[in-house]
Design a protein around this ligand. Structure first.
Ligand code: CA
Length: 302
């Protein structure tokens, strides 16, 4: 059941799987600590996830997930493809599969705080591999869903570290609050991006390219899947943004940085990001997750 006054997507408890408000410090069902302050760093994660079908499409093939326990956060953007019904199904399967990989004591969902970073990265990778197999299997059994696929960008934030596993052209950005810069952490696994990397297209040509959204790597193609892994250190006040290409189709990196840096409230930030993408045409489904490494209430500035 969804909580009342939900503004965006719900925050799921990694211990019991209950939906909470995205501001919850304790799970409404099992009372597990969710977005609690980090005593050592004097920081506290705040977040918001939001999706919109956009202005052109009648269905939304993007699926999002945000989970938490013990002050750490897991966030996922999946952008499905292969026709409306198939795309919706593919991205939904990824959220469901990632949730099943992490939630509950038997999955160690409440022990993530104690794992090493290498173990956590392995967990992220395995979760994407399982999700991929779920999509491949569904497409194999149901001929109407043949050809379905999805992106998956899965990030875990613990203390001041962000770890990520990624396939496709959804993106993970790091927005540095001190020098007000934005950096795309993930690479787009699209043909057009490969042509840019090899110097055959300029960024401007890539932006207008009719094949701009065709991927050479996605979940659902084969049980063999290469997954990119990333790890980075955050400083207090930095923001992380996960998004689908429906956002980056209309917003430049500098637009994203400007919007997420002008407010400390991620709920406002995701609202503003999606509103601007819709104002500029909303040609595709738009999804955005903003995570802010804020200062904990009452913590000394450092
Ligand atoms: Ca898309």
């Amino acid at each position: 059941m969804l909580p009342e006054n939900l503004n965006g997507e719900p925050l799921t408890c990694l211990k019991c799987g209950t939906y909470n408000l995205p501001t919850a410090t304790r799970c409404a069902h099992c009372n597990a600590p969710l977005l609690i302050p980090d005593e050592n760093l004097g920081t506290q994660l705040r977040l918001s996830a939001r999706t919109s079908a956009g202005k052109v499409r009648s269905s939304n093939e993007d699926s999002l997930g945000i989970w938490s326990v013990d002050g750490l956060v897991l966030a996922l953007v999946a952008d499905g493809m292969g026709g409306a019904a198939a795309g919706e199904e593919a991205s939904r399967l990824v959220v469901e599969s990632v949730q099943a990989s992490f939630t509950g004591s038997e999955r160690g969902g409440d022990q993530l705080a104690a794992l090493s970073e290498d173990e956590l990265l392995k967990r992220l990778q395995t979760a994407i591999e399982r999700a991929n197999c779920a999509v491949v299997e569904r497409a194999r059994r149901d001929i109407s869903r043949r050809g379905m696929g999805t992106t998956a960008t899965l990030a875990l934030v613990r203390n001041n570290r962000v770890l990520a596993a990624h396939v496709g052209d959804s993106r993970l950005y790091l927005v540095d609050a001190r020098d007000r810069t934005i950096r795309q952490i993930t690479s787009d696994h699209s043909f057009v991006q490969a042509l840019v990397a090899s110097g055959h297209l300029t960024l401007e040509q890539a932006r207008r390219h009719p094949m701009g959204h065709v991927l050479y790597r996605a979940l659902g193609q084969s049980t063999e899947l290469e997954i990119d892994l990333h790890r980075h250190t955050l400083q207090s006040d930095d923001r992380i943004v996960l998004c689908s290409d429906g956002l980056t189709r209309h917003l430049e990196d500098c637009d994203i940085a400007e919007i997420v840096l002008r407010t400390e409230n991620p709920t406002e930030a995701t609202l503003d990001l999606i509103e601007l993408a819709n104002e500029r045409g909303g040609e595709d489904n738009i999804s955005a997750i903003v995570i802010h490494l804020g200062r904990a209430e009452g913590a000394q500035s450092r």
